[in-house]
Design a protein around this ligand. Sequence first.
Ligand code: ADP
Ligand code: ASP
Ligand code: MG
Length: 446
Amino acid sequence: MIVMKFGGSSVRNAEMIRRVLAIAASRLDSAPLLVSSAMGKTTDALVLIADHAECGDRDSAFSLIERLEQSHLAAARELVAGERGTGLARAIGVLFEELRSLTQGIFLIRECSPRSRDAILSFGERLSTLVIAAAARESGVDAELLDARTLIRTTGDFGAAAPDMESTSRLTRDQVRPRAGHLYVTQGFIGSTPDGVTTTLGRGGSDYTATILGAALEADSVEIWTDVDGIMTSDPRVIPEARTIATISYDEAAELAYFGARVVHPYTILPAVKRSIPVWVKNTSAPDAAGTRIQAEIGGTGIRALASKSGITLVTVQSSRMLNAYGFLRELFAVFDRHRISVDLVATSEVSVSMTVDRDVDIASILTELEELGEVSVEREKSIVCMVGRGLFQKAGLLASVFAAIDPVPVRMISLGSSDINLSIVIAASETERVLRALHAQLFQS
Ligand code: ADP
Ligand code: ASP
Ligand code: MG
């Protein structure tokens, strides 16, 4: 069997959904399970709806809901005619009534807990899959809609729920019987706690859903269908010259995803690695293009792609207590641990430690504790530019050519990961695009 995941832009309107269904129909022999994102920018709109309701701006929230309802109904009308169309419109109406009630509740109490927010955000995928499954049936495909909340069992960490792979596998295998000629359709991004409360896996999480279900069903492959030809040497929105990469290893892809290449969600690779399931990245608008195959080990050395992550904060703790002493780093990281703050890059000297954390981290909350360990400085608006490849230690002259390309932009920190596949530099966020362009020209265009 195969899992095919389609992203928001791939299902943004009726015309795109037709393309998606054509692709799925051509793969019916492989017993597909189709995982879909919300249509277009629906999830962004749902975030705004929750924000408006929480702030007491009922009118803005409800007019956004109205717009969403109209666009879903318009797509439904184009795709499904007659009595079946009326039935679909009614089902869409029921979901929008539920969304309006929830929004009204949030508006009345002026509070949107992470749990309520996940309930609101779940509507995007529930709506898109309702339309897609009905459209598939209308086009003659034997399609069946599954509620992902009965398949994906998660923790109650709303907004970033973690799947319980064991329960998920059991639930999925109980309900899904992949077979040639039959199309299963389900939602990406959403799941539920053991008590049945709706959760989300985090923004962009539909990719993760695809590999979670792929692992549960021991899929032959997982396909991530999106709006670019595959994983490219850099984000093509920033570097138009970026080229598609034919094959990339699991660890390189994971590294790229973690350091900002939005094309796959950072956790996507994990479930696939465990069962050695190949993951393809393909373009919905160019299905015949080769795409990228993510798989176990591949040969070759050198840098294969660049990614960047902005909004980085650099925290430096300086202390003479580090000199000839042990236990300092343990104390330092215990502070981050207690506050559940994850650190990406670390550099140390005899008397100081620099670490990067994401912008949304509440540094103020740990400052007092860090100051007990030494003098603390906080530098904001940095970005990490990450070069991912293989055998980077062995490449003579690599660092020289990287720094020559970046010159004269100052580098604030460097990390050549112990894994030998990631060379990262920290620079001022304002210089990100310039540095990416210079590096891409140096490493891939010369
Ligand atoms: P989807 O809605 O299909 O999940 P996303 O917008 O999440 O799509 O991801 C696709 C986007 O990822 C592309 O449009 C591209 O701008 C961006 N991207 C960032 N880095 C890369 C890269 N290295 N290769 C390909 N795309 C990338
Ligand atoms: N719709 C969700 C989002 O926009 C999940 C996804 O598309 O992967 O974040
Ligand atoms: Mg995505």
